[in-house]
Design a binder for this molecule. Structure first.
Ligand code: URA
Ligand code: SF4
Length: 209
């Protein structure tokens, strides 16, 4: 739980729910302590009528500075994989389970820190609102944090990736996070797995028939 009693994003939700209004409200969120050290809220990006939604973990160092999701090294892996899977990035709604960058300092370097379960829970109202507004037909769950947020504590990406799942009214496919591709002992193999899961998601989306 957050140290000073901030109890999640719910009380920051605007009354009217459009993506621009949500984004503006999220810019002032203090639902957990992550807003204190991060530069800015990194809200989701993409068309309101996107049929595809991709959910990552949290912004990284570059996303934190630029204010947009997936614009750093992981974003470059994702861009390439999307293109290979035949998915147009500009048609996809791209967001993260947690909207502020979590890091520890090592000297001057900001080292990515995995968000806690309490932070994922605190931030969930933003993700739920994005889902409710965009109503995607296919949700691609990128890595363990997004899986924790959307598929529950028992879901294991390593075992259950690359399966078509039902998630509310939508279908979902979980896959490894693009950052995990960069850390994998065999990058090429890991990258191929990501492309193959994204391709499955595209083929399984009702929108592609
Ligand atoms: N990793 C994520 O999960 N999301 C981003 O936006 C960037 C890196
Ligand atoms: Fe609010 Fe989420 Fe940022 Fe926490 S991480 S302050 S809940 S937007």
């Amino acid at each position: 739980m957050a140290k000073d009693g901030n109890t999640g994003a719910a009380r920051f939700l605007p009354e009217r729910r459009s993506l621009p209004e949500l984004r503006e409200a999220a810019a002032h969120c203090q639902g957990c302590d992550l807003y204190r050290n991060a530069t800015q809220t990194v809200f989701g990006e993409g068309p309101t009528d996107a049929r595809f939604m991709l959910v990552g973990e949290q912004p990284g160092d570059q996303e934190d500075h630029k204010g947009a999701p997936f614009v750093g090294p992981a974003g470059r892996v994702l861009d390439r994989a999307l293109e290979e899977a035949g998915i147009a990035r500009e048609e996809v709604y791209l967001t993260n389970a947690v909207k502020h960058f979590s890091f520890t300092l090592r000297g001057k370097r900001r080292i990515h820190q995995k968000p806690t379960v309490a932070e994922i829970e605190a931030c969930r109202p933003w993700l739920s609102s994005e889902l409710a507004l965009v109503e995607p037909e296919m949700i691609v769950v990128l890595g363990a944090t997004a899986a924790r947020a959307l598929l529950g504590a028992d879901f294991r990406v390593s075992r259950q990736r690359g399966e078509v799942l039902e998630l509310g009214e939508a279908l979902a496919v979980a896959t490894i996070h693009p950052s995990a591709v960069l850390r994998a002992p065999d990058r090429e193999e890991a990258y191929k797995g990501l492309v193959s899961d994204l391709t499955l998601a595209r083929r399984s989306c009702p929108c592609s028939s």
